[in-house]
Structure formats: structure tokens, C-alpha cells
Design a protein. Structure first.
Length: 531
């Protein structure tokens, strides 16, 4: 009886393995159609989320600068401190809004497209050496990490990832084939140059390419000059960042910056990959179980089952490049320590490429394991979208700020601010992150009264002042002395999280009284004795 049960279990397992092998082979045959389906789903979901998410502080700088009428005015705004990215982001956004129309989708379309190019390039990089199954896992992994939140953000990170992906597959092809190498080298040069012209910290993308090419040079015992020429000439694009860097240094001198520390370095990995930690542990568990099953079969002299995924294998220099992606936060830390620039998690987003490739290849070594991992990944993506669709806010990964996805919430605030006895008094905002968003969505009659108390956040206040002067950003920032020079009485709109800032006005001789109060925010009146 026991032998019959064992035989039945073995037959069922054999049938399951054969079936999954067939599915894996079908993925190889139909991969291009499936990629089209994935592209359509990604476009719908990302555009839906982009359309609902309200602009937050950093995005407003992109929006205002990109809406200047000429490229010359955009460049002048950048070198005068309106924002601190190289110009390509604003050029792409300028033309994107001209085509798709001004609004949240038009402003975020470059990031949406760039991020998906990155995912498709991961598929290409992996599938050409492993299988379509491995490629689909690698392609989908970034979508469940924090990195995906930058796919529909009007900043440079989605574009930089797109250039990273294009550079990766260009380099892979350039180191493999002898045909069309000039055009492949040109593609590698254009990709890395484009990344540097989009964000100053894109030089971190050179880490995996240089590491991989060094190993390739050692193995070949000769220098591939066309590859090194492409890498070296692409690095010259950093020169475009020098005029902007001067403005950035001047701004960083007026306030505290995010000082790089070892703790911050560890937090970078957690911030980027933390949301996918459970999935990563699941994949590693499946890989370990598969390894133990193979060892058990070998101990019992059972011939290993032929795998259903085609294994072609990565070259040594490609393996080194993949691992080098994981070290990007370390180089970000070192660069910040040497230059005095801030260290932020989002500068190291390309790290996810290394994890995605390793997980995809390892999980798909056996079809049954790879398909199970791909199924779980798909379920996580579906749950993630449903959670967003059913919510009214989302977390901004850069600062942990909760961003509304319903503009009606802001409309309630404007009504709360303006429906008082005196509709002419200035309204001072105290919240550190929401003030610029409050400026942007305010109706004209409210926006004309809004002032941000800039002395509590000098770096962002100074940057917004530049944005106001060059790009017509609404409302204004001022310090308390400047406000008191124009009026002795004004209103304060403050959320409950910033109530502690109210004592500032009493300490400087003002009388604070409550005009309105709600569970989450309040409208106060401050009156100073006449000078």
C-alpha cells in the first residue's frame, strides 16, 4: 500500500514537472506577445496612479521649470538655482507635457516610460543568458520594491533607470558580438551620457560597467578600446553639471544637509529593498528547498530531472557587473563623504537591478520553482494596485510624507482657511513639506494670501524663492521679520503635527488666538503690537 502511494506521488510530481516545463517553454515561444500584454497592463496601472497622485514638493520644481517657454529659459533657471538637476529631465518633461498635455500624467510620462524601459532591458539582459521565465521574474521584481514609486514621479529617477537599462543591454551586446560594434558603442555612450545629463548622481551607474569591463579586460588579456572609449567619453557629460553644482553648493551652505553615515548606508538597502524582503526570503526559501531536493535525489542515485528552462549562462564580466550593482549605495556613501554633498536613498535606485537579475536567474533554474515565484510575484502586484486604488493617500519614499490621492482633501483645507470673518489677512503656513503643494493647488483668491515661514527650512525656502522669481511659482516664502514688516496681524494654518511650532510667535511677543480648530488642523490668529 505504501509503495503504491509512493508510486502515485512520484507520478503526480513527474506530471507536474513536465507540465511546468511545457509552460516555461511556452513562455519562451510567446514572450513577445506576453511582453506586449505586460506593457499594456503597466501603462494602464502606472498612468492611473500618476493621474491620482498629487504633486509633492520636489515634483513641483520639475513642473514649474519645465513649463518655461524655451530651453534657454530652462537653462538660465537651473544655473540660477531654481533646481539642481542637469537639463535633460526638464527638456523631456517640457515636450511630454506639450504632447500629452499639462497635468500629472504629462509631467510624469518620462519617468513612466523610462522605468518600463529599465524593466524590459532587465528582461532582455536575463532572458538572453537564461530563459524567458527568468526574464519575467527579473522584469517584475522592481515593481514590488520602493523603486517603483519613482516610476510615476516627475523627477529624474525613472529616466535614469531607463538609461541604465539601455546601457546594460548595449554593453552586453557590445561585449558579445563583432558585428555593428560602432552602433552598439554609440548606444552605450548615449545611454550613459543621457543618464548624466538627467541627474548628477548618475555617475554611480558607471560602477557596474567599469567593474565588469575591468574583469573582461583581465580575462581577455587585452583592452577593448571601443568599450573604454564609449565609457570615458560618456563621462564627459558630467561637465554640464558644473554650473548647476555651483548653485547647489551655495544653497547647501545655508542649512543642514543629509550627512552620510554608516547607519544611513544600511538604511539605503532597507529603504530600497525592504518592501520586497518577504518576497525575497520566499524566493530564497524555494531555491534552498530545490537544492535540498536535488541533493536528496543525488544521494539516492536518482538521475536529476532535465530542467525545463534553457540555461546558457552569464559571462564572468556580466556576473561581476551584476554583483557591482549591489555596491552602488557604498559608492554613493563614499562620494557624499568626499564631496560634502547629501546622501539620499533614491540616488542608488539602480541597486535593484542586481537583486532582480540574481533572483530571476536563481528562481528559474527549475521551471516549477520559477513559475511558483512568478505566480506569487503577480499576486503581489495585483494586491499592490488594489491597495492603491482603494486608498486616499500614499507614502512618498523620499521623506516618508503621506501624499493625498484625492484633491478634495485640499479643497476642504482651502475652505477652512478662507471662510472666516476677514478674507484679506495673510495666511502663514508652517508644515515643512506640504506648503508648496498647498500653494500649487490653491485657488487664486487663496493663493494670493499664502506665505510660508521660510526660516524654519532655509534650504527649501531659498530654492522656492528662486523658483518663484524665475518661473512664477505661486505664493511666496518669507521670514517672520519680513511678515511683520508688512502686517502686524495674520492667520496661521497648521496641522496637528506642527502645533509645537506655534510657541515661536508667543516667544517673539505675539498674541495667539484660535479662530477655528478641527481634529487634524487649526486656523489661528497672531497679533503683534504695532511698531
Amino acid at each position: 500500500m505504501q509503495d503504491a502511494s509512493t508510486a502515485l506521488g512520484t507520478s503526480a510530481w513527474t506530471f507536474l514537472e513536465r507540465s511546468t516545463d511545457k509552460v516555461a517553454k511556452a513562455l519562451d515561444r510567446w514572450k513577445y506577445i506576453l511582453l506586449l500584454v505586460c506593457t499594456a497592463c503597466y501603462a494602464f496601472i502606472s498612468c492611473y496612479q500618476a493621474n491620482r497622485k498629487l504633486f509633492w514638493f520636489d515634483e513641483l520644481f520639475t513642473v514649474h521649470v519645465s513649463r518655461l517657454p524655451s530651453l534657454r529659459l530652462i537653462w538660465d533657471a537651473l544655473i540660477n538655482g531654481a533646481d539642481f538637476n542637469p537639463p535633460l529631465l526638464y527638456v523631456f518633461t517640457h515636450f511630454s507635457e506639450a504632447i500629452a498635455g499639462p497635468g500629472p500624467v504629462g509631467a510624469r510620462l518620462p519617468a513612466i516610460v523610462g522605468f518600463w524601459i529599465f524593466c524590459l532591458c532587465l528582461f532582455r539582459f536575463v532572458s538572453i543568458r537564461s530563459s524567458a521565465l527568468a526574464g519575467f521574474i527579473s522584469m517584475g521584481f522592481p515593481l514590488i520594491t520602493t523603486v517603483y514609486l519613482y516610476a510615476f514621479e516627475a523627477r529624474s529617477y525613472g529616466l535614469v533607470l531607463g538609461f541604465c537599462g539601455l546601457g546594460l543591454i548595449s554593453w552586453q551586446a557590445l561585449t558579445t558580438t563583432q558585428k555593428g560594434r560602432f552602433w552598439l558603442a554609440l548606444a552605450l555612450f548615449a545611454s550613459l551620457s543621457g543618464a548624466l545629463l538627467t541627474h548628477g548622481y548618475a555617475f554611480l551607474l558607471f560602477v557596474p560597467f567599469v567593474a565588469g569591463e575591468l574583469v573582461r579586460t583581465i580575462f581577455r588579456r587585452r583592452v577593448d578600446w571601443i568599450v573604454w572609449t564609449a565609457l570615458i567619453t560618456a563621462s564627459s557629460a558630467m561637465l554640464a553639471f558644473i554650473p548647476i553644482l555651483r548653485s547647489l553648493r551655495a544653497l547647501l551652505g545655508i542649512g543642514e544637509v543629509l550627512v552620510p553615515t554608516a547607519t544611513k548606508l544600511a538604511q539605503s538597502y532597507d529603504s530600497l529593498l525592504g518592501p520586497a524582503a518577504t518576497f525575497t526570503m520566499f524566493v530564497l526559501g524555494m531555491i534552498c528547498m530545490d537544492f535540498l531536493a536535488r541533493r536528496s535525489a543525488a544521494d539516492h542515485d536518482v538521475a536529476p530531472k532535465k530542467q525545463g528552462t534553457q540555461q546558457r549562462g552569464f559571462q564572468p564580466h556580466e556576473k561581476v557587473a551584476v554583483v557591482a550593482f549591489l555596491t552602488i549605495p557604498v559608492f554613493s556613501y563614499l562620494a557624499a563623504r568626499l564631496s560634502g554633498a547629501p546622501m539620499m536613498d533614491r540616488y542608488s535606485l539602480a541597486t535593484v537591478a542586481g537583486v532582480a537579475v540574481l533572483l530571476g536567474v536563481a528562481a528559474a533554474k527549475r521551471a516549477i520553482t520559477g513559475l511558483l515565484v512568478l505566480s506569487v510575484l503577480s499576486a503581489l502586484l495585483a494586491r499592490q494596485f488594489l491597495n492603491f486604488a482603494g486608498g486616499v493617500a500614499m507614502k512618498e519614499p523620499a521623506g516618508g510624507l503621506m501624499i493625498s490621492t484625492v484633491q478634495g482633501i485640499f479643497n476642504q483645507r482651502y475652505y477652512f482657511m478662507s471662510s472666516g470673518e476677514d478674507d484679506k489677512l495673510p495666511i502663514v503656513l508652517l508644515d515643512t513639506w506640504e506648503w508648496a503643494t498647498t500653494f500649487f493647488y490653491a485657488p487664486p483668491e487663496v493663493a494670493s494670501r499664502l506665505i510660508y515661514l521660510g526660516e524654519q527650512d532655509p534650504i527649501n525656502a531659498k530654492a522656492y524663492a528662486h523658483l518663484h522669481d524665475c518661473c512664477g511659482a505661486p505664493s511666496k516664502v518669507a521670514n517672520l521679520d519680513e511678515i511683520r514688516a508688512t502686517t502686524g496681524t495674520f492667520l496661521i494654518y497648521v496641522s496637528s503635527a506642527s502645533y509645537w511650532k506655534i510657541s515661536r510667535f508667543a516667544e517673539t511677543g505675539g498674541t495667539v488666538s484660535v479662530r477655528k480648530i478641527a481634529p487634524d488642523f487649526a486656523l489661528l490668529q497672531v497679533t503683534y503690537p504695532s511698531r
